[in-house]
Design a protein around this ligand. Sequence first.
Ligand SMILES: C[S@@+](CC[C@H](N)C(=O)[O-])C[C@H]1O[C@@H](n2cnc3c(N)ncnc32)[C@H](O)[C@@H]1O
Length: 384
Amino acid sequence: MSDTHRPITTAPFALSALPATWHSENGTPPPRRLIAADDSLRAEAAYRLACEGTALLWQGAYPDALRLLHAMRRRAERPRPRSVPDSPAEAFRRHRRERARQARVLGMLLVPLDTDHRVRLDRAPDVREAGLAAYGPLLDNRIVSLRELLGVIGAHQWRVRGVEVPALGARIHPHYGVFAPVRGEYVDLVARAPLPPAALTHPTAHDLGTGTGVLAAVLARRGLRRVLATDTNPRALACARDNARRLGVADRIETAGTTLYPPGADRTALVVCNPPWLPGRPASPLDQGVYDRDNRMLHGFLDGLADRLLPGGEGWLILSDLAEHLGLRTRADLLCAVSRAGLRVTGRLDTRPRHPRATATDLSNPLHHARAGEVTSLWRLAPA
Ligand SMILES: C[S@@+](CC[C@H](N)C(=O)[O-])C[C@H]1O[C@@H](n2cnc3c(N)ncnc32)[C@H](O)[C@@H]1O
């Protein structure tokens, strides 16, 4: 399965009288064992069944399903005895494995969703708008994990409210499954870096991996007349177009569903790329904004850059040093990849993250620990 196009999994699925299709945005295969469950099932038994791989199709009231999920989460998150990891990288890998285990277990509590995106349970909230926004029209009844459904509901609230982006003086509205710019510090870097000389005569740019389109919008607001924004996630492209329209810059931003550089595009004054900051295998569509398998996007951006720039043009790489703190990449690796691509560093702007998680003090979480010293940088790159 490709990392950048990890498909959702759907499969015919029959338990009750109503036929339904299994649906998982993570690509989780349908469970092999499934039982009907209601509030006669105790949390400890539910948790044990889920750990053993038995899925529970909820038939009781919706609030009871929520209570059960919380009780299962408390059990899943109980600290487990383990040896001391021998490096930050090992601590981080363990942390990811543990998170994946918790997600697998908690994903075993399932709820039925109708074709009109109604949860077919007593006292269920109306999630039709959120369901339609995330899944689009459904042709058949679905069985989804309650955990996924809560993600759909939360994402919709975010989409409606939007995320304030000070550099734009406006809100960006992330769609379900699209990387959201909650950490505005990197957006500020793109807003204040000096534009390359080539942009004066050719005000064009590429934004590789555009996500919500936030950086493309900043560039358009800075006077670039044509920004070509690419992403492999179709939801990101729709989201970027939506935000460009809301911000009144739709006439300056064009989207293309390609990997990295748009094929056949003319050379440009500026290429901006904010790749996922951690090398690693993405486990879900949202992970594609966080994990870059074998640094593929980072290296793809660097390796293609020199041939895409006009004379006097620049590439801007947005990258935090989180991977360095976690022992997943070294500074020397990065600089070596830059020079191997025939590039030189012409400048760098640094900033400290201001997202609340960056200052969190949960030292048992290796990510929080590493974030305490994290610096986010905009690397200005030009052909050597
Ligand atoms: C860290 S997010 C950045 C999103 C946005 N540019 C921002 O700064 O908020 C990385 C984005 O790259 C996209 N992506 C991952 N691999 C890609 C590839 N090979 N080509 C284009 N986009 C890719 C992901 O879908 C995601 O939207």
